[in-house]
Write a protein that binds this ligand. Sequence first.
Ligand code: MD6
Ligand code: FE
Length: 206
Amino acid sequence: MIQARPITIADEVTLLRGGAAPTGPIVTAIESIAARAPFRHLQTPGGGTMSVAMTNCGPWGWHSDPRGYRYVECDPLTGERWPPMPALFTNLAGAAATLGGFPGFEPDACLVNRYAPGAQMGAHRDWDELDKRFPIVSVSIGLPALFLWYGAKRQGKPVATLVEDGDVVVWGGSARAGYHGVRKLPPGEHPAAGALRYNLTFRRAK
Ligand code: MD6
Ligand code: FE
């Protein structure tokens, strides 16, 4: 399964380099999820449109629109339930969480993010989940990006980590409320993902 030496980015924030390699099967799974629940650019409550395109798999899917952020059981675009979470994803998330120090993680939501060059994610925290005792597991696929860890405060100088194809970041416990983001994606070409970066964020929503 996962073979990675955990690297500490910050207290209770762990990088597993290559923890999700090889990513070819993950890209194939993402493509079949997107065939049923297409990628879309969500609107934010503030009136903006996100530069990252998103879809979901699993029982719950994260959604944003002018009314706010929330988890929904059906895709608002199609009215259908989100595609099931592949066993490959569930197993990977559980194994990564264990290596990050959070055994017993069973995600019920997988947000699938697609970054084209120029897309970015401003400093935010993942805070729409019910039980904050569960960690967040974040898997990077395709083009490399700079993952920014701000920690307890939204402002200040973040710790920047290059996350490459197959890298996994796990945060929880005292870091669960941590602010983080992704620097604007530079252009490039990747054998498995083409000119794109994907990111899976696994959560326990409910
Ligand atoms: C990453 N992504 O892409 C980290 N959070 O490496 C996130 O923190 C994230 O992509 C919430 C929603 C979408 C995301
Ligand atoms: Fe996030």
